[in-house]
Design a protein around this ligand. Structure first.
Ligand SMILES: Nc1ncnc2c1ncn2[C@@H]1O[C@H](COP(=O)(O)OP(=O)(O)OP(=O)(O)O)[C@@H](O)[C@H]1O
Ligand SMILES: [Mg+2]
Length: 538
């Protein structure tokens, strides 16, 4: 399906500014369609011989459509679009002519020329034509509401022909604009209400205004109603600005626990200010839901906070137990569990402070890294460095990744730089003579050795997170099976990386000695369901 821009660029010589204007019309014309009870089709001339291309279409929400089929992309010439040609050539709204039939649907055609005003405010050339086509099969004597809608629609249609509708959009105004059916108020040039739709009347009633709106000065009423004088003044000023022919931003009014969104539009057909159109929408329920969501976010944060507390309690219990057991192996195992649990608690602590199910991961890595160095045997002091940045990670990646890094960092510190006695005891490669006590005693041998260091580096590329943990220690043991070897620590690492994280890990000896673990984790994991926190399909 081609977009308006694609179609216009492919088939016409319209300038970018013209196309932007057509986009603005298509962004705001539901209003005109609803007020007209008619389908609107945006036609652009294709080669000056009376042929037109339909680049956009909108159906009314207030009446049945005249077109069951989509019209966008149709190129039509001849009698079917002769009325468009008149509007285009003569630059005036065309509305004479008899009803036409589409299958068994009778329809009335109208054609509105579209002008883009020039920089100095002159009405420019006609760049396109809006076809306004009404399904007549349900036509009947119009009600007062319908008459008011149609009058207003004609004013707006004239403003399209003048190049003064749609008004420029204010930044940030994209969604939740009040529609015709939400509530419509029409004002005369003095700002007095001449018509208010039943929904508009109800919306004002919720704000505490029970009388009839007709005859009221709406700007004054807005000021009176609002509990907050500032907001009320804003909404009042917006009405006054529209009466002056300006297009003010949308405003909200809060009163008596209800909230109403207002949008004021100037009415100035043929350049004459004749009043304003004010669309209003009761958004009390929307605001209530917003507030409920904020409460939900706060609840989720509170839960993370409690999970963190509980994990810290578990860690504390294990630590107590570790102090009591006599068997050294058991104590080491318990102490390791303490660190594993504590590293998960770190993620929950961070989550409990953020408003999102995502965490700034660098801070967590730095804390896990400094905890790992503290574990290091007393005599070896290992430096830790982070290079690059992890950025913000979703909770489910962060929890697994922090455990992986915890294991790799502990391994680097524990096995890369073992305490001297352990190193001496370890079997050394056959071709390298084990260091003699005399060697160890020579001070320069110690000085020339590189400073023990572990580097964690991270960068993102092509929706992947690349992480390496490198140490300049003694390297992996001979005959170490990098694919399967290892104890519980590496088993945890492999299970998390290939399972939870759906990534890969490569454990190898570094080019300049030491050990290097390289992890790649895909970041695009589908949408995360905010309610369950579970990732969707990859
Ligand atoms: N950075 C490293 N430098 C040198 N050897 C390493 C390194 N990382 C792992 N190793 C070797 O791999 C082995 C397995 O590591 P693994 O983490 O699985 O078990 P562990 O550290 O011995 O015990 P734990 O289950 O408590 O972590 C280690 O015993 C060590 O010999
Ligand atoms: Mg380990």
């Amino acid at each position: 399906m081609s977009t308006l821009r694609d179609l216009a660029e492919e088939h016409t010589a319209l300038r970018p500014a013209d196309i932007d204007h057509l986009h603005r019309i298509a962004g705001d014309w539901q209003l005109l369609s609803d007020l007209s009870f008619a389908d609107l089709l945006l036609w652009v001339p294709v080669d000056g011989d009376g042929t037109f291309l339909c680049v956009a279409q909108v159906r009314p929400t207030t009446a049945p459509t005249a077109y069951l089929d989509d019209q966008v992309g149709r190129i039509v010439g001849g009698a079917e679009v002769a009325h468009l040609e008149v509007a285009h050539r003569q630059g005036r709204i065309w509305r004479e002519g008899d009803p036409v039939w589409y299958g068994d649907v009778p329809a009335r055609h109208e054609a509105i020329p579209v002008r883009l005003r020039t920089g100095d405010g002159e009405a420019g050339e006609v760049i396109a034509v809006v076809g306004r086509d009404t399904n007549l099969s349900t036509a009947r004597t119009p009600s007062q509401l319908e008459l008011n809608y149609l009058t207003t629609a004609d004013d707006l249609a004239q403003m399209i022909a003048d190049g003064t509708f749609p008004p420029p959009r204010h930044p940030g105004e994209t969604t939740s604009a009040p529609r015709v059916g939400d509530g419509l108020v029409r004002l005369d040039a003095n700002g007095k209400v001449t018509y208010a739709s039943p929904n508009a009347q109800s919306a004002y009633r919720r704000l505490g205004y029970a009388s009839h709106l007709v005859g009221e000065d709406l700007a004054k009423l807005h000021r009176r109603l609002a509990g907050d004088p500032l907001e009320g003044t804003d909404a009042g000023n917006a009405v006054l600005a529209a009466l002056r022919g300006e297009a003010p931003p949308r405003r909200e009014i809060d009163a008596r626990g209800a909230t109403m969104l207002t949008r004021a539009l100037p009415l100035m057909p043929a350049g004459v200010p004749i009043g304003a159109l004010v669309l209003v929408r009761d958004i009390t329920e929307v605001r209530r839901r917003d507030r409920a969501l904020i409460t939900k976010d706060a609840t989720i944060r509170e839960i993370h906070h409690r999970v963190k507390n509980n994990l810290q309690t578990v860690a504390a219990l294990l630590r107590l137990q570790a102090r009591r057991v006599a068997m050294p192996e058991a104590r080491v195992a318990l102490e390791e569990s303490v660190r594993r649990v504590a590293s998960i608690a770190l993620v929950h602590e961070t989550l409990s402070m953020s408003s999102d199910e995502a965490v700034e991961f660098d801070g967590i890595v730095d804390r896990v890294a400094s905890a790992a160095t503290e574990v290091a045997a007393t005599e070896v002091s290992v430096g830790m460095r982070r290079r690059g940045t992890f950025g913000v990670l979703p909770a489910e990646i962060a929890t697994s990744l922090v455990m992986v890094l915890n294991e790799l960092l502990l391994n680097a510190v524990e096995h890369g730089f073992p305490p001297a006695d352990e190193e001496a005891a370890a079997p050394s490669p056959a071709d390298a003579p084990s260091p003699s006590p005399a060697d160890a005693a020579r001070p320069e041998a110690v000085v020339s050795a590189p400073r023990p260091e572990v580097v964690v580096s991270a960068h993102r590329a092509r929706k992947q997170l690349h992480v390496t943990v490198t140490d300049n220690g003694r390297g992996l043991p001979e005959q170490f099976d990098a694919e399967r070897g290892g104890n519980l620590g590496l088993q945890i690492v492999r299970a998390l990386v290939t399972g939870e994280l759906r990534g890969t890990i490569d454990l190898r000896n570094g080019a300049d000695g030491g050990t290097e673990a390289a992890i790649v984790v895909p970041l695009a994991r589908g949408t995360t369901d905010r309610l369950t926190g579970r990732a969707g399909p990859p």
